[in-house]
Design a protein around this ligand. Sequence first.
Ligand code: BMA
Length: 330
Amino acid sequence: MSKIIGNALPNIPWQEKPAGCNSPVWRYTNNPIIKRDAIPSSNSVFNSAVVPFKDGFAGVFRCDSKSVSMDIFAGFSKDGINWEINHTPIVFEGDEEITKREYRYDPRVCFIEDRYYITWCNGYHGPTIGIAYTFDFEKFYQLENAFLPYNRNGVLFPRKIGGNYMMVSRPSDTGHTPFGDIFCSTSPDLTFWGKHRYVMGTINDDCSAWQSKKIGPGPIPIETDEGWLMIYHGVINTCNGFVYRIGVALLDLEKPWIVKARSRNYILGPQEIYECVGDVPNVTFPCAALTDAETGRIAIYYGCADTVTGLAFTTVDELMNYMKENPLEI
Ligand code: BMA
């Protein structure tokens, strides 16, 4: 039995594993939980992040508009399933050079110490990682971009490690990057990032082909007594384009660039119609996970076909066992 290190979350959205299910992750029966037209202006709502907030939940949502401009919007929920998303995007306060908007997408939300940090793919002469914080999901204060372009998928760890903030990310290029490995970086103050270390990369081998083109971090890593559980996306290039699936790895608690375990098999991939059909077919893209330390339950929020948002369930033991039963020899 593994233990999640963190708070109890008795109101975590949850459904028991269906009888006969032999996969480590199972979908919410009423998926997708957020439809493409959840707000009047939206073409699609996907790749979004949620956290426990007050007596319910709050989140930051990627809503692409009907002109297909990408921006991020705050939202609230009592149960983590039914969401009220603001109809206007987040307005950031901060240095005007940095708050100038080109595009914003794929947010993550991470509570550290006393506030919620938002990271996202931020257009600044190319994609890089934007960082902001909020206390209440009403006022948002933007900090400096973490990196030079080009980077996507900046994901903070939920506590300082060795006295510093840490972030995993995927350095990229200007377009639909045909490569991508996961690196981790360190900062004393969330402004200056360095000590960039390689965490793990693609598997250019038949043993795990679903992650042969690029990989990138997903939800905020989950602290356990055995290490950081990192749920991530992995991509294969096919004759019909990229297919995005979801994988899991275990990182060392104090030196998170050290990979202790990694599953050879994906844990969830596009199979349901709303994952296979949409604006970009065959994409499952995780950006958040709620956890209940008491029971080991994990609820994963993931974008489906770049169109809608899905919810799926697992437990810390399911993921740990799956990595043990299907190890990638590393
Ligand atoms: C990635 C990002 C994601 C998107 C995915 C599939 O490069 O742009 O936002 O979900 O491609 O289109």
